[in-house]
Design a protein around this ligand. Structure first.
Ligand code: ATP
Ligand code: MG
Length: 372
């Protein structure tokens, strides 16, 4: 029996617990908001302090990168934390992330760090307009971002950015050149302590209002897959990474630029639960528990649709062939990630047909990216 403590008690810790059970891997979770150690499925408080949990478990890992530094240091000091805390820091601070990408020599959007109004002028001179501006700390699901398109927006955007910099300790803004991408893709992969790397099929990702909506496994694009794998390996080796790592990319004329990294299991890899030999949650646990990695091959065309702000779907969804609903057991809130649907088929054409059938069952308002 392996005991794993996950920092963060959301859906990713929940799905790790579900994937770990058959392997006798017991997962508990630390809720950084309530500061309680909880059961990842029931959210029931365990009678353990964080210190006691750290002492009790074999391995500590994380389901998100915005972890308070004192807690990360405490876990790192135990020698049980995987991946290396530097990977978590790179995922949580866009300045460190950009340095990492440059050190690993992987293509990414040209950038400029902004602390002052003068820096903003320099960024505009270097990168040109339009520009994307992102808070260095604390951004997720497209939050903490601005688009600067024309010079007349400079003062109002700067006022908002200056406020952000002022209210958060160590905050800055990372300006990026606007990339006119053809599509967004991501690669999820896993690396173990021996340095073995396995990667899943690329996902094509569609976002709505900055939030992931639809991910589809890409079948048969060998050249793009190889390019992504090479970039993945460069980043994972630079971090001496252990566990599942996700790279988000922009695809421009067949070339990939890394947008950002996530040092953890990732929403765009949820289709691996039904579409891959071993799902990303199991492989993360295998890597951090120092077990052999599971196969990552795509076993059938697959896609995932996020359920946002809804706590039920019509029964007809479950009646579709190869449709799996995964709920997160969360309280309903507008726009909140409440669950996802995995859809599989025997051919890419059948998968598109299944997605179209789903589009007829599910409302356009909550599932805008489904084909109809
Ligand atoms: P998440 O954590 O949900 O992946 P995030 O809030 O960390 O998102 P990003 O992934 O950096 O932020 O950006 C959100 C979206 O904004 C991207 O998926 C992309 O659609 C768009 N975007 C980000 N950077 C750029 C850029 N430089 N050029 C064009 N579009 C961009
Ligand atoms: Mg992103």
């Amino acid at each position: 029996m392996n005991q794993v403590l996950v920092l963060g008690a959301g859906q990713l810790a929940r799905m790790m617990a579900l994937a770990g059970a058959p392997l006798n891997i017991d997962v508990i979770a630390y809720d950084v908001v309530s500061t309680n150690v909880v059961h990842p499925l029931t959210q029931q408080c365990q009678s353990l302090s964080l210190i006691e949990a750290i002492a009790a478990v074999d391995v500590i890992t994380a389901e998100f990168e915005l972890i308070p530094t004192d807690i990360l240091s405490l876990c790192a000091a135990s020698g049980k934390f995987k991946p290396h805390p530097e990977a978590i820091k790179a995922g949580g601070d866009r300045r460190i992330e950009k340095t990492l990408l440059d050190l690993a020599k992987v293509a990414n959007a040209p950038h400029h760090i902004i602390n002052t109004r003068t820096d903003l002028d320099a960024a505009i001179t270097t990168l040109g307009l339009p520009m994307v501006l992102k808070t260095a700390l604390g951004g997720y699901d497209g939050k903490g971002q601005w688009r600067l398109k024309t010079r007349d927006q400079i003062e109002s955007v700067w006022a908002e950015m200056a406020h952000c910099i002022a209210v958060t300790n160590n905050q800055a803004i990372v300006a990026e050149k606007f990339i006119g991408f053809d599509r967004e893709v991501s690669l999820i992969g896993v690396r173990n302590a021996n340095g073995d790397v396995k990667t899943y099929a690329l996902s094509e990702n569609v976002h709505t209002d900055g939030v992931l909506s639809l991910s589809t496994a890409i079948v048969g694009d060998t050249i793009l897959q190889q390019q992504a794998q090479q970039m993945f390996t460069a980043v994972a080796e630079q971090l001496n990474y252990i566990g599942v790592l996700a790279l988000e990319f922009f695809e421009v004329n067949g070339a990939l630029l890394v947008n950002e990294i996530a040092p953890r299991v990732h929403n765009s890899g949820h289709w691996t639960q039904q579409g891959a030999q071993t799902c990303q949650f199991e492989n993360h646990l295998r890597a951090v528990c120092d077990l052999p990695l599971g196969g990552t091959a795509l076993i059938r065309p697959s896609a995932m649709i996020n359920i946002l702000g809804q706590d039920s779907v019509p029964r007809a969804v479950l009646a579709l062939e190869s449709c799996h609903v995964h709920w997160y057991g969360k309280e309903k809130r507008a726009g909140r990630k409440m669950g996802h649907i995995n859809v599989c088929a025997t051919t890419p054409e059948q998968l598109q047909y299944q997605l179209m059938l789903l589009g007829q069952i599910l409302s356009q308002q909550y599932f805008p990216t489904l084909p109809r």
